[in-house]
Design a protein around this ligand. Structure first.
Ligand code: FAD
Length: 312
């Protein structure tokens, strides 16, 4: 299937999702075209010229950084000119901004947070999660000869190997942009940087109440661990952003990761599954966290915490 990948870059660096999208595109059999939309596309062409890419489309625009309307107009133009069957964008903050609008405007098929794709006899079938990642399902696009997909980061390996793509310069009309990129504001690192911690004690919604947090702060301190958490605790304002592990939080790789009362949603696993040793405590024996845990206890986390408090 002819597939168009839209490269993503930030502050002069190609984002890893780009080469993951290339891997996804290759699995559909190709040809694979990669669009680089940048002030100076040549700064990225070498990085995207990996094995399996047939053509790199270099689109020079006025903007250095991602801008929603600029990307939408450029990709719309490319779709009209190139007629790809599949358009792959990252399930990232930028692409989430224009991908659905693009699909709606062009009347294409659409799916977001896609983690598997296949060509089934000329028909595209993709997989994504539903109901807060409780079930995975397949999506088909009957009646659509073109589909825009937002692809989940880390779902594919990054494509590697030297490529031999042809590079084509594509001129685009300057697009008026309703929102402009002005500046980068660094996210405050907070009081700790959980990404560099060797030992994380991570708590999830299983702790039940904000008032219970103090117990785990103390436990983490006495164990020599850094306290981190799943997203609901951050959303509830119980924990600062800087302590969130997962897809929309921090990616961590400590030597030891203890997960107390964390179910193991894909978005959480995306941020910690490569940790050295994962120990999970959960009352639900079916909890997905046990799929990645090296050691697991089907137990009440408060009872486990009590035992740990005796030891430390
Ligand atoms: C776009 C997007 C991005 C996201 N990004 C992130 C992210 O970065 N990080 C993240 O964590 N989530 C993220 N999420 C949310 C994610 O889908 C889950 O909702 C979230 O991870 C669930 O958090 P949890 O495991 O703490 O809560 P729950 O899923 O509610 O799980 C609580 C667990 O605690 C267990 N439990 C309850 N009581 C006890 C007890 N007494 N003892 C032991 N176990 C107990 C339960 O069995 C359950 O498994 C994202 C979602 C979306 C859609």
């Amino acid at each position: 299937m002819k597939t168009l990948v839209v490269a993503e870059h930030v502050r002069g660096e190609l984002r890893p999702i780009t080469l993951e999208l290339v891997s996804a595109a290759k699995s559909l059999g190709g040809p694979v075209e990669v669009a680089v939309i940048a002030k100076d596309p040549s700064a990225f062409t070498a990085a995207v010229n990996v094995e399996g890419v047939d053509e790199i489309l270099a689109l020079a625009v006025e903007q250095d950084e991602f801008e929603n309307d600029v990307y939408q107009a450029a990709v719309e133009q490319l779709i009209a000119e190139r007629e790809p069957q599949v358009v792959l964008l990252g399930f990232t903050v930028g692409s989430m901004g224009y991908g659905p609008a693009l699909a709606a405007k062009l009347g294409t098929g659409f799916a977001s947070d896609v983690f598997a794709v296949r060509d089934e006899g000329g028909e595209l079938v993709v997989e994504r999660s539903f109901y807060g990642a409780k079930v995975n399902g397949e999506v088909e696009f009957p009646g659509h000869d073109r589909v825009v997909l937002l692809v989940r980061p880390t779902a594919w390996q990054t494509a590697e190997g030297a490529g031999s793509a042809t590079i084509t310069e594509v001129s685009v009309a300057p697009a008026s942009s309703r929102a402009r990129h002005r500046d980068w504001v660094e996210v405050l690192a907070g009081d700790v940087d959980i990404t560099t911690a060797d030992f994380l004690l991570s708590v999830g919604r299983g702790i039940g109440d904000k008032e219970n947090l103090e117990q785990f702060e103390e436990l983490a301190a006495s164990m020599g661990a850094t306290l981190s958490s799943s997203r609901p605790l951050v959303d509830a304002g119980w924990m600062p952003n800087a302590r969130q592990v997962g897809q929309s939080g921090k990616t961590v790789k400590p030597k030891v990761y203890i997960a107390l009362g964390i179910s193991g949603a894909v978005q959480h696993l995306a941020g910690m599954k490569t940790s050295g040793t994962i120990i999970a405590v959960n009352t639900d024996p079916e909890a997905a966290i046990f799929n990645v845990a090296h050691y697991g206890a089907v137990a009440d986390l408060f009872e486990v915490a009590e035992e740990l408090e005796k030891l430390y």
